[in-house]
Write a protein that binds this ligand. Structure first.
Ligand code: SAH
Length: 212
């Protein structure tokens, strides 16, 4: 019964928060219908899993608002054959959406505890195409570079050069940039070794911590 209720709430979330705000890509909509967001949220907040806002997870971090996850994913134009790098595994929800769309997902998280917990949930949901790494995302994952797409779900103050250098030619990266109060979401496209940056919207993410 509980799962049926959540599945109903999920359909409403997709209609009211995602489609109605202009996201029309069929495979993105399918991903959001399929991935059980409530499984990534602790019991005490689970009843709000499909509401139109971010929610707290462990280590003072947050799971992003559903629409923000959809908007960022849509901007990346993910293809099945893409190799995707995610910085900030957090709850693992965005990771699941990426793994639904692309064959190879690499995800990096600073906090070991969050990475382990996200892996547990994603293993239970039987995702087999996710590679988990614990570390400082400013360095990306050089051993697996270059990536077709990169998504950053914590905000640095400036564009992170080392990470951008791991983008494939014609690759796309979506990233919030700014201080802890207000940030700007940018789409970065690598064209002839040049980075074209387009402003998408204002947003608010947790800080991308720079510590080795
Ligand atoms: N995509 C996640 C968002 C989590 S919030 C979700 O939907 O649940 C951002 C995450 O980035 C946090 O888990 C935080 O610990 C992580 N983070 C912050 N700075 C980081 C860094 N330098 N490298 C890797 N992860 C980082």
């Amino acid at each position: 019964m509980k799962n049926e209720l959540y599945s109903e709430l999920r359909k409403q979330m997709v209609n009211d928060q995602i489609i109605s705000r202009g996201i029309k890509t069929k495979k993105i909509i399918d991903a959001f219908i399929n991935v059980p967001r409530h499984k990534f949220i602790s019991n005490s907040y689970q009843y709000m899993a499909y509401d139109d806002h971010p929610l707290p997870i462990d280590n003072n971090q947050t799971i992003s608002q559903p629409y923000m996850v959809a908007l960022m994913t849509d901007q990346l134009d993910i293809q099945k054959t893409d190799k995707v790098l995610e910085i900030g595994t957090g709850s693992g929800y965005q990771t699941a959406i990426l793994a639904y769309l692309a064959n190879h997902v690499y995800t990096v998280e600073l906090h070991e505890m969050l990475s382990i917990k996200a892996k547990q949930i994603l293993d239970e949901l039987e995702y087999k195409n996710i590679h988990y790494h614990i570390g400082n995302g400013y360095h990306g994952l050089n051993a697996y570079a270059p990536f077709d797409k990169i998504i950053v779900t914590a905000a640095p103050k400036q564009f992170p050069k080392e990470l951008m250098s791991q983008l494939k030619e014609s690759g796309k990266m979506i990233i919030p940039i700014g201080d802890s109060y207000l940030q700007q979401l940018f789409l970065v496209e690598k064209e002839n070794t040049h980075f074209k940056k387009s402003f998408i919207t204002y947003c608010r993410f947790v800080e991308m911590v720079n510590k080795d």
